[in-house]
Design a binder for this molecule. Structure first.
Ligand code: TMP
Length: 212
């Protein structure tokens, strides 16, 4: 059972995925909570390169290949072994992020993205993807607040992109959801944390119970 969370910066997915992990653990599911880019030591190092605002000259192609490299390592080392073991895997971003950011927003040809995603994922595909959707202005406002109050390295290379870039990401996600309505669940992320979580639980628990 592989569930991914997606959405624009500041949509609230990282808060919501942690809340869901807690409830599923309480329900007795064996659970792994992980994220991309990252999730294992090599992919975490690639994450630092990708999100460092000093790397503003990074080519779109370099960026794409680094995301794919991090994903290949993460899938092989962490996600596939957990799924093979019957663990429910919750992942904060996965292959749809590459479609939304590198294809819809950066403009890299979709077929290239699909080829690299296929290579990195080797057949691992989300069963359910929760897309937390909100206005770009709302999400970016929250993301900037989070960055200002965080300690440690400023992972803000994407937050510094234009409003138009983030609008293309949002539209891209909505298009991906329209392409695969069975897999995607769109949740309105503009409401408060508790209400968003209630909506997620109401949709996810029955789906989980139906299959495991
Ligand atoms: P995070 O803020 O959710 O940790 O994600 C890090 C950033 O990486 C976010 O701005 C989205 C971006 N990203 C991509 O551009 N492509 C990808 O494939 C992934 C996984 C993330």
């Amino acid at each position: 059972m592989f569930i991914t969370f997606e959405g624009i910066e500041g949509c609230g997915k990282s808060t919501q995925i942690k809340l869901l992990a807690k409830v599923l653990q309480q329900e007795g599911y064996r659970l792994l909570l992980t994220r991309e880019p990252g999730g294992c030591p090599i992919a975490d190092k690639i994450r630092s390169l990708l999100l460092d605002a000093d790397n503003s000259s990074m080519l779109g192609t370099t960026e794409l290949m680094l995301y794919a490299a991090a994903r290949a390592q993460h899938v092989s080392e962490v996600i596939r072994p957990a799924l093979d073991d019957g663990t429910v895997v919750l992942c904060d971003r996965f292959s749809d992020a590459t479609r939304a950011y590198q294809s819809f927003a950066r403009g890299i040809d979709r077929q290239r993205i699909e080829a690299l995603n296929d290579m990195a994922c080797e057949g691992v595909y989300p069963f359910l993807t929760i897309l937390i959707d909100c206005e770009v202005e709302t999400g970016l406002g929250r993301a900037r607040q989070r960055i200002e109050s965080a300690t440690g390295p400023r992972e803000e290379r994407f937050e510094l992109e234009s409003l138009a870039f983030h609008q293309r990401v949002r539209n891209g996600y909505l298009q991906l959801a329209a392409e695969e309505p069975e897999r995607f669940l769109i949740i309105d992320g503009s409401d408060n944390v508790d209400n968003v979580f209630k909506n997620i639980l109401a949709a996810v628990i029955p789906r989980l119970r139906a299959v495991c």
